[in-house]
Design a protein around this ligand. Structure first.
Ligand code: NI
Ligand code: MN
Length: 225
């Protein structure tokens, strides 16, 4: 699987059958090196929760590329009203798409959607466990440390994308505990140093993680796993 860190909690991944973005916060993203106009081909968009720095450019990208948006029922309903193609899911649900399996995981956070007429209910926030050809990637979304993460150990996750920035999500100390619960082969820290409130040193996270490989990605970095 090819993985590209766009910045903040925004990742692009690609296999033979899917070209997807998780949490497409791009044009307003202060650390992104690209704009939505740089994205050439997109088949799917995953949205973990309704906050602006995650829902981001979903509507524009979904319409432009005719991409299917996979998100919780409430956000899916909100997007469907804007003529976006959606596949609603919810926490704990697993389903099979033509490219692979997706399970929506729990997150401890909020999910309100900010609109011109105020906040709209975005349901419960979540994360995604995506398994393609025996390889699995877990995007935690925005979340505090949860005991539910212990349940992910049996999923044998190859790549975990975990927030470390604190204030709104897990900080480094809790993210290290999360890695211990999840036991992924590899982990990429995210959701830090984008804004003033989420400053964190990823090297401190890296030095605290014992049994997983920590890969610190900068916006624009690519890797294959
Ligand atoms: Ni959030
Ligand atoms: Mn966020």
């Amino acid at each position: 699987m090819k993985l590209n860190f766009i910045g903040h909690a925004t990742f692009y991944f690609e296999t033979e059958h899917v070209k997807a973005i998780i949490d497409p916060f791009i044009n307003g993203n202060p650390v992104s090196k690209i704009k939505t106009s740089d994205i050439r081909n997109l088949t799917h968009i995953f949205v973990t929760h309704g906050h602006n720095d995650h829902l981001g450019d979903t509507v524009e990208l979904a319409k432009k590329h005719n991409a299917l948006v996979i998100t919780n029922y409430e956000i899916a309903s909100y997007l469907a009203e804007q003529n976006v193609s959606v596949h609603p899911m919810h926490i704990g649900g697993r389903t099979t798409f033509d490219f692979g399996d997706v399970k929506m995981t729990s997150a401890l956070h909020g999910s309100a959607i900010q609109t011109e007429s105020g906040l709209v209910d975005g349901g419960n926030p979540g994360g995604f466990l995506i398994t393609i050809d025996g390889q699995s990637i877990y995007h935690a979304g925005d979340t505090g440390l949860t005991m539910d993460m212990k349940l992910l150990e049996i999923e044998h996750i190859d790549m975990a994308l975990l927030p470390i920035g604190g204030n709104f999500t897990m900080d480094i100390r809790d993210a290290i505990r999360a890695v211990d619960f999840i036991k992924p082969k590899k982990v990429v820290p995210m959701h830090y140093n984008t804004f003033g409130l989420i400053q964190a040193d990823p090297d401190l996270f890296k030095s605290g993680v014992k049994n997983s490989e920590v890969i610190i990605m900068s916006p624009g970095d690519h890797l294959e796993f």
